[in-house]
Write a protein that binds this ligand. Structure first.
Ligand code: FAD
Ligand code: NAD
Length: 471
């Protein structure tokens, strides 16, 4: 193998964290190489995560709406049939277009793309087992680890991605299962449960905690979301733990019982989705050889400048601390490169939005009400229902609300929580408000176009300090 010239930056992993860092480094004039083993750029997010799941969420929503929500709108449709293979093809077209787009951006920004699996040979050298066979090695003045995460397995249930699946199997099923059970009512669980329930599966979600939505979701919003998803046909078993599973027969049997112990029950289904979280992925990097360690949760330990204890080796994205979100990974990637090129970089971890792409969507940024209570913060609440918003009413899509949490004395916005149509787009305004330290009155005094869903955002803010006009 011929070692290529020494790079300013070598990146291991071509997911959102890795590819964004590579492009940014290229833009800054660094000599950069990015090593990716899956044969396509974009990582979990583009290949088996954000993008394919949103394609299926969008198209399954359309299908469900055509089946159940057209007559009242004055649209009579004939026979509606699901062509699952075509729905999957549409998903693949979106994915491949986007991953190829990144290859183009790599060329445009002079990033060397090395297709293979990287492992540390020494503190500055990465040995790569090439996808097409053979080996090479590449040296970097700086190294960025961006190897991402993998789904957490459920002990005793072997994943075959057909009967016992992770999200990767859930975006690629070839037929609609009659009965599906989802272990874990977090974001993956609920997004995938939405897809398959809309396409005709009887879906039961088993969640250990007393509320759905995973960490971070406001209690009140989580309750509304559960109610609306139940109306769509999803069943929920909260405060329930899966004790064991058996996939040796035709379907899958799960033994479940109350989280605090109690009578056991067996749930039988055709397919079980394991969605109990994701864990950092650092396998095969040969970290031991250079003395780097992970914490008890498998995360690579870093300082505030993303440096490991070897300061030229930095880490960003899912394989280190913080929420496992693509946009968080992206922000960190840019900041880490800026630390290398300029000596400073910054990510505001207090203003990272979360979105659950169910229908209605759920989106939030900043603190939730239960956190403020726990912290003893003196806060005020203002909310506005979409049922009082003109655009939501004309769209016949008016479930949900916008809710502001603000400091009772200063009026500074502490958190924004939205459940409703287009919540995922609308949260950008909340994020901007938080980033700029806005008050609810700043929002209430900003002109919002009529008739838009965003007016609900403005009026919720107004309800925090006074009175909304339309409610
Ligand atoms: P990854 O995307 O996991 O990328 C890491 C890459 O490194 C992988 O491609 C891997 O092959 C490669 N790699 C690992 N080891 C090596 C090695 N030794 N050598 C070479 N390459 C290596 N987040 C959102 O913000 N919005 C969403 O809507 C959303 N939806 C999701 C849906 C699903 C079903 C899933 C599973 C996740 C979703 N996420 C979403 C989370 C998001 O995908 C991750 O937060 C994001 O991908 C993290 O980026 P990353 O670059 O850190 O890791
Ligand atoms: P999660 O942590 O959000 O949710 C897992 C859920 O499973 C939790 O509610 C937990 O209480 C429950 N659980 C754990 N063990 C259980 C058991 N034995 N029985 C029953 N319930 C159990 O994790 P996830 O939904 O798997 O998602 C993983 C990561 O991917 C998250 O960080 C998420 O942010 C990210 N993601 C984001 C999006 C998005 O932004 N739209 C979409 C998908 C995934």
């Amino acid at each position: 193998a011929t070692p290529s010239e020494e790079k300013d930056l070598v990146i291991i992993g071509g997911g959102v964290a890795g590819y964004v860092a590579a492009i940014k480094a290229g833009q800054e004039g660094l000599k950069v190489a990015c090593i990716e083993k899956r044969g396509a750029l974009g990582g979990t997010c583009l290949n088996v995560g954000c993008i394919p799941s949103k394609s299926l969420l969008n198209n399954s929503h359309l299908y469900h709406q055509i089946l159940h929500d057209t007559k009242n709108r004055g649209i009579e449709v004939g026979d509606v049939k699901l062509n699952l293979a075509q729905m999957m093809k549409a998903k693949e077209t979106s994915v491949s277009g986007l991953t190829k787009g990144i290859e183009f951006l790599f060329k445009k920004n002079n990033v060397e793309y090395i297709k293979g699996t990287g492992a540390f040979e020494d503190e500055h050298t990465i040995k790569v087992n090439l996808v097409d066979g053979g080996e090479t090695s590449v040296r970097g003045k700086n190294i960025l680890i961006a190897t991402g995460s993998e789904s957490t397995p459920f002990p005793g249930l072997e994943i075959d991605e057909k009967k016992v699946i992770t999200s990767t199997g859930a975006i690629a099923l070839t037929e609609v299962p009659k009965k599906m059970t989802v272990i874990g009512g977090g974001i993956i669980g609920l997004e995938m449960a939405s897809v398959w329930s809309r396409l005709g599966s009887e879906v039961t979600v088993v969640e250990f905690l007393g509320q759905i939505g995973g960490p971070g979701m406001d209690n009140e919003v989580a309750k509304q979301s559960q109610k609306l998803l139940s109306k769509q046909g999803m069943k929920f078993k909260l405060n329930t733990k899966v004790v064991s599973g058996d996939a040796s027969g035709e379907g899958v049997k799960l033994e479940v019982e109350a989280a605090k112990g109690g009578k056991a029950e067996t749930i039988e289904s055709d397919v079980v989705l394991v969605a109990i979280g994701r864990r950092p992925y650092t396998k095969g990097l040969n970290l031991e050889s250079i003395g780097l360690e992970t914490d008890t949760r498998g995360r690579l330990v870093i300082d505030s400048e993303y440096r490991t204890k070897l300061p030229h080796i930095r880490v960003v994205g899912d394989c280190t601390f913080g929420p496992m979100l693509a946009h968080k990974a992206e922000e960190e990637a840019v900041a880490a490169v800026e630390f290398i090129t300029k000596g400073f970089g910054h990510v505001n971890y207090g203003a990272i939005p979360s979105v659950m792409y169910t229908h209605p969507e759920v989106a939030w940024v900043g603190a939730n009400e239960q956190e403020l209570k726990e912290q003893g913060v003196n806060y005020k609440v203002g909310s506005f229902p979409f049922s009082a918003n003109s655009r939501a009413k004309t769209n016949l899509d008016s479930d949900g609300m916008v809710k502001f949490l603000a400091d009772a004395e200063t009026d500074r916005i502490l958190g924004v929580h939205i459940i409703g149509p287009n919540a995922g787009e609308m949260i950008a305004e909340g994020t901007l408000a938080l980033e700029y330290g806005a008050s609810t009155e700043d929002i209430g005094r900003t002109c919002h176009a009529h008739p838009t869903l965003a007016e609900a955002f403005k009026e919720a803010a107004m309800n925090t300090y006074g009175k909304a006009v339309h409610y």
